[in-house]
Design a protein around this ligand. Structure first.
Ligand SMILES: [Zn+2]
Length: 311
C-alpha cells in the first residue's frame, strides 16, 4: 500500500516537473502579448508597437466599458497576457478587482497615468472624468506614457517604439489643429454638444464647446425627470438645433428630451451618431482613433451648422 502511494507520488511529481518545464519553455519562446481593455486603447498601442507584437482588445465595437464585466473567456485572455493596458480612472469600473489581482503577476499599465492630476476634470473627491481620449493633446500624453512603459517591457525594441511614438505624436498634433479649425466654422452660440452621457467634457474644454450630458460621466448613473426637464429648458432657451446619440449608449434616454422640446415648440433633431467609449467596427467611419475623432467632429459641426434658427 505504502509503495503504491509512493509510486503515485512519484508519478505526480514527474507530471508536475513536466508541466513546469513546459511553462518555462513557453515563456522563453513566446514573446509577450499585450491585452488592452478598450479598442480605443488597442488601436493606439498598435501604432506604438512593432507589428510582430500581438495587441488585442477585450472590448469590441459599440461596447460600453462602464458596464463591462470580464467573462470567462476574458479571464483566460488576461491570465495569459504578457502585459495588460487599461484606461484607468474607473472607466473599467467592474474590472478593478480583477486587475488588482493580476497586478501581482504582470504589469498592468494605466493610460491615464500619463496625465497629471491637475489636468484631469474632477467630478467629486477622488473621482475624475475618465474620457481622456477626446482631448487629443491629452491623449498624446497618455500615448507617450504608454510608449515609455512599453519600451521598458520590450527593451530590445525600444528604439523602434520610440520612433513610432514620435510619429504618432506628430499625427495627433495635426489632428488637434484640424479639430480647432473645424470648430471655428461654428458660430459661437452654436457650440453646444448634448449627448446621453457626459463623455465629451475634455473635448469641450479643449475645443471650446459647451457640453451637456443627461447621465453624468458613467452610464451606470441614473437620471431623473428633473435632468430631462432641465435639459429641455436649456435646449429650448438656447435654440440648440441638434442632440447626438452614441454608439455605445442606448438612445432611449434622449427620446424623452426630444419629446419635451417638441412640447415647447422647439424642434430638436438627432444630429447623428457619435463614437464615445468605443471605436466602430471594420469599414465603419470610426474604425480607428483618428477616424473616430474626425467622424465625431464632422458630425457635430455639420449638424449644429445646418440646424435652423427658430423665432
Ligand atoms: Zn463613458
Amino acid at each position: 500500500m505504502l509503495t503504491h502511494n509512493c509510486f503515485k507520488c512519484w508519478i505526480l511529481s514527474i507530471g508536475l516537473l513536466f508541466l513546469m518545464g513546459c511553462e518555462s519553455t513557453l515563456d522563453e519562446t513566446n514573446s509577450k502579448n499585450v491585452v488592452c481593455t478598450t479598442n480605443i486603447l488597442a488601436n493606439t498601442v498598435r501604432q506604438l508597437l512593432p507589428d510582430d507584437i500581438d495587441v488585442v482588445s477585450l472590448m469590441g465595437p459599440g461596447v460600453d466599458p462602464h458596464l463591462y464585466k470580464a467573462g470567462q473567456g476574458d479571464l483566460e485572455i488576461l491570465q495569459e497576457a504578457g502585459i495588460i493596458i487599461e484606461n484607468g480612472l474607473h472607466l473599467e469600473g467592474k474590472m478593478a478587482e480583477v486587475f488588482k489581482k493580476l497586478q501581482k503577476y504582470k504589469p498592468v499599465i494605466s493610460a491615464s497615468d500619463g496625465i497629471e492630476k491637475g489636468e484631469l476634470i474632477q467630478i467629486e473627491k477622488e473621482v475624475y472624468d475618465p474620457h481622456i481620449w477626446f482631448d487629443v493633446q491629452m491623449w498624446k500624453m497618455s500615448s507617450k506614457l504608454l510608449s515609455e512603459r512599453l519600451a521598458l517591457e520590450f527593451p530590445d525594441r525600444s528604439e523602434e517604439i520610440s520612433r513610432r511614438s514620435d510619429f504618432w505624436a506628430s499625427k495627433l498634433d495635426s489632428l488637434h489643429l484640424w479639430i480647432r479649425k473645424e470648430i471655428e466654422q461654428l458660430p459661437k452660440n452654436r457650440r453646444v454638444l448634448v449627448t446621453a452621457h457626459d463623455a465629451f467634457s475634455y473635448f469641450g474644454r479643449a475645443y471650446g464647446i459647451e457640453v451637456k450630458g443627461l447621465q453624468g460621466i458613467s452610464t451606470q448613473s441614473e437620471y431623473g425627470l428633473k435632468d430631462v426637464s432641465d435639459l429641455v429648458d436649456y435646449l429650448a432657451e438656447n435654440k440648440v438645433p441638434a442632440v447626438f446619440v452614441e454608439t455605445s449608449v442606448s438612445e432611449k434616454s434622449l427620446v424623452a428630451v426630444i419629446e419635451g422640446c417638441k412640447r415647447k415648440n422647439h424642434n430638436v433633431i438627432i444630429g447623428g451618431q457619435l463614437y464615445s467609449d468605443a471605436l466602430g467596427g471594420k469599414e465603419e467611419p470610426g474604425d480607428n482613433y483618428k477616424n473616430m475623432v474626425s467622424h465625431n467632429v464632422k458630425t457635430i459641426v455639420g449638424a449644429l451648422n445646418s440646424g435652423s434658427d427658430e423665432g
